[in-house]
Design a protein around this ligand. Structure first.
Ligand code: IDC
Length: 462
């Protein structure tokens, strides 16, 4: 106590406050930093750094961080005075953003260079206080690699890998993941919240949450930083509940994935670096190539996969296939072109999509044949027609799901949303409320899928 009083007295003297009348209240401190790579090219990148002050107002501040990789350098920064010495970066306010109120934020940005991977910076400090996202900056920063909850799909299976034609768990044993896909997150954002994710994990007992990030139609291309950050927060929400998260780069129109090649490289460099230590992330690099040859898709895959591998070497990657991920069947082709000329990469799977009311016996025959030759994942399917609407085809949906169970092929159903179309699991308007659990909110498709997905998993534990 004596030391503390002496210290307070010293502070008061330094601040020129004269006699110490009563001990000053200790200032609340705390900050949050959102770091987003907004663009990346060979050897260079651009990033946004949003600094939010959670503590008492500050007037004058310095943000500091240390690069995780010594090859990373700031070349030019804005909205602050930037410096770098060794791997340590410092940014001091400029005049107009000197004051940060409680909850106030300022957006900084810079261009930089990198040599190896381009991981996010290690912990940030603002005026010497570690930015943990909470008030009271002394708390340790959140564990970047939390242990998944015990007994959950990720808790049991941990890091996945492809073994032969199967998806295998940490014991090298084949498993089937059964789960749901979001609708386009640009349209149905409000459907993905703590209550709906709790329902998916606890009531549906879903193993998997596919995050459909459209690139066009108001998606990623309109706000790369915003969509990247939303995907990452959904990845964390799945992780907290022990579900696998599949990051779907939802290309659809135009059908040539190379139209989005640079966007894909930028996006995957960022999400793979940010999520590299996590065990529950699966990358799906192109939802539904269409109107292009298998060779064109393969060329895209062989440029995007190395970007992911450079940042996150052990994650499973899924490659879309010709004809809206029909293994070519919707183009009058079939799996043989992929078998003859597979993507030159390991630890990958191939996507197959179907809509049960549209795609029936000849599609099931292709999957049955291909399943012994290619690792397959049904990253999207509907119980209705390929438009996403119409009536549920129960007979065809059941035939499909029985086949996938028998072949141990994982799946994600389109969609965990309240879209006004037959494929949606919830009735329209459900996402305006908080009830995602009662049977009254489910559509026919939702009830069917919940009954299939919630049956016990048979994950090998040794
Ligand atoms: C559909 C949505 C629909 C939306 C349309 C256009 O259900 O609300 O208007 O996309 O974006 C796919 C695609 C998937 C489609 C779905 C149903 O991957 O984006 O969603 N579908 O048409 N492939 C086959 C069917």
């Amino acid at each position: 106590m004596r030391r503390l009083l002496a210290l307070l007295a010293t502070c008061a003297m330094v601040l020129g406050l004269g006699a110490l009348v009563s001990p000053p209240a200790v200032a609340a401190t705390g900050c949050k930093v959102d770091y987003t790579i907004t663009n990346q090219w060979s050897g260079g990148f651009q990033a946004g750094v949003k600094v939010t002050n959670l503590g008492d107002p500050v007037s004058g501040w310095t943000l500091k961080w240390t690069w995780a990789d010594s090859g990373q350098k700031v070349t030019q920064g804005w909205n602050g005075t930037w410096s770098q010495s060794g791997s340590a970066v410092g940014v001091t306010n400029v005049d107009w953003n000197r004051t940060l109120a409680t909850g106030g934020s300022t957006d900084l940005g810079f261009t930089g260079t990198f040599t190896g991977a381009n991981p996010g910076p290690a912990a940030f400090t603002l005026n010497g206080v570690t930015c943990t996202g909470t008030v009271g900056g002394e708390e340790p920063p959140p564990d970047p690699d939390p242990e998944p909850p015990t007994g959950t799909p990720v808790g049991i299976n941990a890091q996945l890998k492809v073994c032969g034609v199967y998806l295998c768990n940490q014991y090298n044993r084949p498993i089937q993941l059964r789960g749901m896909s979001t609708h386009g997150i640009q349209w149905f954002n409000k459907c993905y919240n703590n209550a709906s994710l709790d329902a998916l994990a606890n009531d549906w007992k879903s193993d998997l949450f596919r995050i459909a990030m459209y690139v066009q139609e108001g998606g990623y291309e309109t706000d790369p930083a915003g969509f990247t950050s939303r995907v990452n927060s959904l990845v964390d929400m799945a992780e907290a509940r022990g579900m696998y998260a599949m990051i779907d780069f939802h290309t659809l129109t135009p059908g040539d994935p190379n139209f989005n090649l640079e966007r894909a490289k930028t996006f995957f460099a960022s999400v793979a670096a940010r999520n590299a230590d996590k065990k529950h992330v699966i990358y799906e690099i192109a939802n539904e190539p269409n109107g292009v040859s298998w060779a064109t898709i393969k060329s895209y895959a062989e440029q995007v996969i190395p970007v992911i591998r450079a940042a996150d070497p052990d994650a499973v990657v899924i490659v879309g296939t010709r004809g809206w991920s029909s293994l070519g069947v919707s183009d009058g082709s079939n799996e043989s072109e992929v078998i003859a000329d597979p993507v030159d990469a390991t630890n990958i799977m191939y996507a197959f999509h179907f809509y049960a009311a549209s795609h029936q016996d000849n599609y099931r025959a292709a999957v049955s044949r291909a399943a012994s030759k290619l690792p397959l994942f049904v990253t999207e399917f509907g119980t209705v027609t390929y438009t996403g609407g119409g009536a549920v085809d129960r007979a065809s949906s059941t035939a499909w799901l029985d086949l996938l169970d028998q072949l141990k092929i994982g799946y994600a159903n389109w969609t965990y949303s309240d879209a006004n179309e037959g494929s949606a699991a919830f009735k329209p308007g459900t996402c305006n409320g908080t009830d995602y659990s009662s049977s009254g909110v489910l559509t026919e498709s939702g009830a069917l899928l919940k009954s299939r997905i919630s049956t016990p998993d048979t994950f090998p534990t040794s």
